[in-house]
Design a protein around this ligand. Structure first.
Ligand code: PD2
Ligand code: ZN
Length: 286
């Protein structure tokens, strides 16, 4: 507790009082650069000391106003969706948070092609510094990655069009495609894909294109063991299966952000893991 200054203390107490889960508070602290076990200790001590006790008894009106409202998800209904040039099967739909698992978004050849094109471009992955928005290498994200700018060539354009059709969101609201590679032991600890509005560094990233609204993670290989995409708040774990994908949506039409979409990449315990990620924004993104 002695490492916490008054500002952090106040932040922690107000988040506990708002009813945030301990896991999401720890995740936000880790994203801000605090060591994960220290963050867990600090949250545990605050709870034991009675900070946030009011959460259960006061301010239901404030809570109501802040509660994320689940509005209609843009993804088409049905068990099979025509996405530009491909029929994509829907395996699972979760309502709260909004998560959809797909099969067969990419063919085996497309997955293999992307992996081969990426091998020589890979660089250690970074994370947004919450204070100044810079891209920093951190220990909670142990992967390497590279980017393919939107519609860079014929294959990337076809995939961008297919993904935009599947996510039912304009193609020019999408960031480039990111490829990530995790070796055995690699992981991405729980985080939010949106840029937390209360962090100064987020401004750098939302100034063009606005906030991120939804993510599609496509698995490019079968992972021998581990490497599931986990949603600890929703208690959902998605297995990496070549060509399959998981979609989740965290910004509604009112601009609220869904803390239930806390998610991470569990450690790969055997083999390796390759994924491709598409993040969609509120507005045109260049
Ligand atoms: O590799 C994953 O499963 C994963 C998990 C959480 C990837 C991301 N987030 C991401 O690319 O944002
Ligand atoms: Zn993520």
């Amino acid at each position: 507790m002695d490492v916490m200054d008054a500002v952090w203390n106040e932040w922690l107490t107000s988040n506990l009082n708002r009813g945030c889960t301990h896991e999401s508070i720890v995740a936000a602290m880790v994203q801000a650069g605090i060591d994960a076990s220290m963050a867990r200790d600090v949250v545990r001590s605050a709870v034991t000391a009675g900070h946030g006790e009011r959460a259960t008894v006061v301010d239901t009106t404030v809570n109501d106003a802040n509660t994320y409202e689940y509005d209609a998800c843009p993804i088409a209904e049905g068990n099979c969706i025509r996405a530009y040039d491909r029929d994509v099967s829907v395996l699972i739909r979760v309502a709260r948070p909004q998560i959809i698992v797909f099969d067969d978004v990419l063919s085996g050849d497309e997955c293999a092609d992307l992996i081969e094109r990426s091998r020589h471009r890979l660089k250690r992955s970074t994370t947004v510094n919450p204070d100044n928005g810079s891209e920093d290498v951190i220990e909670t994200r142990t992967s390497e990655g590279c980017w393919f700018p939107r519609c860079e060539d014929a294959l990337i354009e076809r995939l961008d069009r297919r993904i935009a059709a599947l996510m039912n969101w304009p193609i020019d609201h999408g960031e480039g495609l990111q490829i990530l590679h995790y070796a055995a032991g690699g992981e991405y600890q729980p985080h939010f894909d949106y840029f937390p509005p209360d962090q100064e560094g987020s401004m750098v990233h939302t100034s063009r294109g606005g906030q991120r609204v939804a993510t599609l993670i496509v698995y490019l290989n079968d992972v021998e063991s581990g490497g599931t995409t986990i949603f600890p708040e929703a208690r959902v774990a998605v297995t990496a299966r070549q060509g399959g994908a998981v979609y989740f949506r965290y910004m509604n039409g009112r601009g609220q952000l869904d803390p239930m979409t806390l998610h991470g990449g569990a450690p790969v315990t055997n083999g390796e893991k390759w994924i491709m990620t598409k993040w969609m924004r509120e507005r045109v993104c260049d």
